[in-house]
Design a protein around this ligand. Structure first.
Ligand SMILES: C[S@@+](CC[C@H](N)C(=O)[O-])C[C@H]1O[C@@H](n2cnc3c(N)ncnc32)[C@H](O)[C@@H]1O
Length: 370
């Protein structure tokens, strides 16, 4: 059994932990800014292919106290790098340091690289590494004088599912859009609305979730090229994930935006994601928003003052949302906003709030339901 780490932004830990437990990962532990779990290489492939909320999956090669360069060097050299890194593989190093005596990231980077090279020289019986083979990105994290040494298995961030090459301005990360759908308790028999859909991320992620389509089914992962993991593992996990998809007969999504160009992009993205049949697109001003039936799950992220509209316009739009998002049984509204004044301007206190980050912008998801 190996130990894996999902590094994450604050606020995502609980969702990621719950998701991993659902994938039969073992010993799942949520900490501040990361989630640890255990399992064999099948679980590693599964987490990469199936996770909707994780940004990347890393192997925890080891952890130890590191208050000096010596400790960092010896601790790193003692780890079994040869289990993963072969004779021709590339193994660049990056990392960060927070609240630690070893604060120079560049120096730590050089020490870690040197220690791994020393280890591999001995184990592989080589003096020189050409590093032309598959990428094994080493990551170190120094936090409060403790070093975690990790190997990245994902490559490109997992939010890149492959359906959104053409994002509009201010798009929401796919992982965050999926998190909003989960927080809103979106179900396969719901009608999902996003009346400010931009490039369509929320409705696309909602449809993928409703139809249980794994988000990473069609994209590659760095560790897929590693010799240390049998290719069969990836093939079997892809087949397993594909077998779990089911048509979401009772699901429908209604996506609109005031901007026709955004809608064109959203349509293309939905087609690439293979979920066009679930989504009805239309150009509309949210001022005229109405649910099509009595029930509905509305999830949206309005323009923020900082980015798309000026602050006064953003506030005016928030007040509009307070009027058009009418409460009622079977209805829920989830709005991601960075405004501290959101509830006052919207006009009602949220049933629940959840702190999240949209990129580097601190936000809250405001949930309204009866
Ligand atoms: C922050 S973006 C949404 C991004 C989207 N979640 C995505 O992933 O691409 C806000 C969207 O609100 C739209 N918008 C602004 N004012 C609007 C209005 N009055 N009615 C409908 N949409 C509006 C903008 O065109 C923009 O696409």
């Amino acid at each position: 059994m190996f130990t894996y780490v999902v590094p994450c932004l604050l606020g995502m830990e609980g969702l990621i932990a719950e998701e991993l437990r659902g994938m039969e990962a073992r010993d799942v532990r949520a900490e501040n800014g990361r989630v640890l779990f255990g399992g064999d290489v099948s679980i590693l492939a599964r987490a990469n292919i199936c996770s909707r909320f994780a940004e990347r999956i890393q192997i925890l090669v080891g952890e130890f106290p590191a208050r000096s360069f010596d400790e960092l060097f010896e601790g790193t050299k003692a780890l079994p790098w040869e289990d993963w890194i072969g004779r021709r593989n590339a193994f660049p190093v990056k990392g960060y340091s927070i609240d630690s005596a070893l604060f120079s990231v560049r120096d730590c980077q050089a020490i870690v690289k040197k220690a791994v090279v020393e280890r591999l020289k001995g184990r592989h019986g080589m003096d020189w590494f050409e590093e032309t083979g598959p990428l094994h990105q080493i990551q170190f994290a120094l936090f409060k004088d403790r070093a975690s040494l990790l190997l990245d298995t994902s490559g490109t961030g997992l939010h890149k599912r492959g359906y959104r090459p053409a994002a509009r301005e201010a798009p929401l990360k796919e992982t965050l859009a999926a998190a909003l759908c989960r927080l809103a308790r979106l179900q396969p028999n719901h009608t999902l609305y996003d009346p400010m859909c931009g490039s369509g991320t929320i409705v696309i992620e909602g449809a993928l979730m409703a139809a249980n389509i794994a988000p990473g089914l069609h994209r590659p992962f760095a560790a897929e090229r590693w010799d240390g993991i049998d290719r069969r593992v990836w093939r079997e996990e892809r087949e397993r994930a594909a077998g779990l998809a089911r048509p979401a007969e009772g699901f429908q999504a209604v996506a609109s935006d005031i901007d026709g160009e955004a809608l064109a992009v959203a349509r293309e993205n939905a087609a690439r994601a293979g979920v066009t049949k679930y989504i009805q697109f239309g150009q509309a001003d949210v001022r005229n928003f109405r649910l099509q039936g009595e029930r509905g799950t509305v999830i949206t992220n309005p323009p923020y003052g900082e980015r798309l509209l000026d602050l006064a316009q953003a506030d005016e739009l928030t007040a509009v949302l307070g009027r058009v998002f009418q409460p009622g049984r079977g209805r829920s509204y989830t709005i991601l906003s960075s405004s501290e004044e959101f509830e006052r301007i919207f006009g009602r206190r949220a049933s629940k709030r959840r702190k999240l980050y949209n990129g580097m912008i601190k936000c809250q998801a405001y949930l309204y339901y009866d």
